[in-house]
Design a protein around this ligand. Structure first.
Ligand code: SF4
Ligand code: SF4
Length: 206
C-alpha cells in the first residue's frame, strides 16, 4: 500500500518526514543554547569547567550509542535497511546494534527515564551552583543574571518536554517507549500492517 492511500498516515510519524525532523531538532535548540550559555558562564566566573565537559561527553554518549541501544533499536525506523538512522532524531553515529523490535524491557525504560531526567536537570543544577557562588561573593548583577539563566533553562526544558509529549510522543511508532502516547487502536492497526513488528510484539508478550 502507498502511504498516500494509508489511513494511518496522519496518525503516525511512521516514515521519513523532513518537516517533522526539522521541528524535532529546532525544538531542542533553546534548551541546549541556554544550558551551554549558563554552564559556560559558571565556568568563566568560578573556574569550574568539569560540569560542561562532563555534560558534553555524557550527552554525546547518551544521544548517540546510549539512546540507540536502549530506545532506537526497538523502533521500526531503526529496522529499515541502511547503515544510518533516517527518522526525526538525526544520529551522528552509524547503527551500532542489531535491531530488536520486541518491546523495551523495564530496565531499559528505567535507564532511559534516568538519562532524560539527568540531561534536563543537570544544566539547571550547575546554574543554581553558579547563582550560589555569586550570592556568596556578593555579586548582585551576577546573581541576577545567573538566576535568570537558570529560570530560562528550566522554562526551555518544560517547553521541550511539552513539544515532545504533545506533538511527537502522540504519533511515534516506538510504542514501548515510556513516553509514548499513541492510542491502543492505532497501535493495533499499525502492528497488523507491519507483520515483522507485530510478530516481535507477540513474542515479547505485549
Ligand atoms: S503505516 Fe506504513 S503505509 Fe501507512 S503511512 Fe505509515 S509507512 Fe506509510
Ligand atoms: S526512537 Fe525516535 S530517534 Fe529512535 S529511531 Fe525511533 S524515531 Fe528515531
Amino acid at each position: 500500500m502507498s502511504c498516500e492511500a494509508c489511513a494511518l498516515r496522519r496518525e503516525l510519524i511512521c516514515r521519513d518526514l523532513r518537516g517533522e525532523r526539522r521541528l524535532f531538532v529546532l525544538s531542542q535548540v533553546p534548551f541546549f543554547l541556554l544550558s551551554f550559555f549558563g554552564m559556560g558562564a559558571v565556568g568563566v566566573a568560578t573556574g569550574v569547567w568539569w560540569p560542561i565537559f562532563a555534560y558534553s561527553a555524557a550527552g554525546m554518549a547518551f544521544l548517540g550509542p546510549g539512546e540507540m541501544a536502549l530506545l532506537c533499536r526497538h523502533c521500526p525506523h531503526y529496522a529499515r535497511v541502511g547503515p544510518r538512522l533516517r527518522c526525526i532524531g538525526p544520529n551522528p553515529f552509524p547503527k551500532l546494534f542489531s535491531p530488536r523490535l520486541q518491546p523495551m524491557s523495564g530496565l531499559e525504560k528505567g535507564f532511559l527515564l534516568l538519562f532524560i531526567a539527568s540531561l534536563l536537570l543537570f544544566p539547571i543544577a550547575v546554574q543554581a551552583y553558579g547563582a550560589c557562588f555569586f550570592f556568596a561573593e556578593g555579586w548582585e548583577w551576577g546573581l541576577l543574571g545567573m538566576a535568570l539563566a537558570a529560570l530560562g533553562t528550566a522554562v526551555a526544558a518544560l517547553h521541550l518536554l511539552r513539544v515532545l509529549t504533545r506533538h511527537f510522543c502522540l504519533r511515534c511508532v516506538n510504542f514501548s517507549c515510556p513516553l509514548n502516547r499513541v492510542q491502543d487502536d492505532v497501535v493495533e492497526r499499525y502492528l497488523e500492517m507491519n507483520p515483522a513488528m507485530g510478530a516481535a510484539w507477540k513474542e515479547g508478550g505485549s
